[in-house]
Design a protein around this ligand. Sequence first.
Ligand code: F0G
Length: 424
Amino acid sequence: MTDPLITLHAPDLSERLQCVACTASFSISEVRYHCTCGALLTVERDDAWHQTLTRALLASRQLSHNPLDQSGVWSFREAILSLPPEHIVTHPEGRTRLYERRSLADFAGIEQLGFKHEGENPTGSFKDRGMTVAVSQAKHLGLDYVACASTGNTSASLAAYASQAGMRAVVFLPAGKIATSKLAQAVGYGATCLAVQGDFDEAMGLVQESASKLGMYLVNSVNPFRLEGQKSIIFELLAQRNFEAPDWIVVPAGNLGNTSAFGKALREAHAAGWINRLPRLAAIQAAGANPFYLSYADEFSHSYQVKAETVATAIRIGAPVNYSKAKRAILDTLGVVAQVTDQEIMQAKAAIDRSGLGCEPASAATLAGVRQLVQAGTIKASDDVVCILTGHMLKDPEAVLAATSLKVKEIAPNLQAVQAALGA
Ligand code: F0G
């Protein structure tokens, strides 16, 4: 018997790849990441989904046993990508929770502060939301050789989804600069791991050249299908809040994929009538990896590149590929870009860890950023703010253990030693 809640979605020919700079558009089935003019591409579709993807349909999918409905990405499929269900590679992913912790609101100096924990995804970061879409599109196109450059999380996610789909994955990593847990995931899930003697930005250049010369499908966030999946963080957040928009959404910013995806998701949610006002985006960079902050401070007169260095290795990126899309996201939402020091990141991380939530260093840039923006008067203490925690605490155990205040006491195996250690 068929489940009455299953809605099979016929491929929608209205979807297309559209240039962000000129009017050119391309077939959704073309393997391309840039327009002929060199600018980035986005996936665009007709507004027909506004009528189909109603709040009532979304609510019914919460109760459905259809694997697509159980995914926090594919439950929004009419606004993400139309694919035959048999081509969709889903774990499933998403459906992450929204938390509030009094101690963290106090830390930031604010009354109400939410945290959407994307570390609850299958491989421990938000990357799974984009990867399910990019790998599904690869399967749909009959491609079975996929690649990315990564500061760690993208590679872990690609490795998992590629192995689920039976594809060969190659990941380009900055040698010695990714957290051990992320490397272990990529290796364990079976990707071919190349440690590039250079930084992430060099690895990114090399994977783009390799993809075009060696016929690999590139699934970094220049791939517009990745960003379609990452929009679901915002859609799901809005649904969890009964479509009450917060005042601010705060996100760590590295390659600027999330910042871009969030801007697009908010525009679309607004156009669909899900929300009646746009929250403001706050993109937070590490001070040692701050090209987007420099552009913002310079009123976006041009894009900057820096030699990146930060304890938050996930966002150790000096030449973000999604600059133009992220700039639009900030301008459209009257957003801001801030930078926080490594010390501020690690203080915020300690507070998040001790609240019981836990996260990796890059994610903690959000809380550090809120605190700074409250102190500057940009965010008001009465504002309703949500931080996106992008990665799980276990992603970077070295960062926790290196924090000097946290020491493990080694003791002899007897009660006296226990008492001495506890001062009892
Ligand atoms: N937080 C975490 C945990 C990340 O892994 C990343 C990016 C970001 C934030 C920044 O997001 O690039 O969309 O601005 N990690 C990529 C990777 C670059 O390779 O795993 P962004």
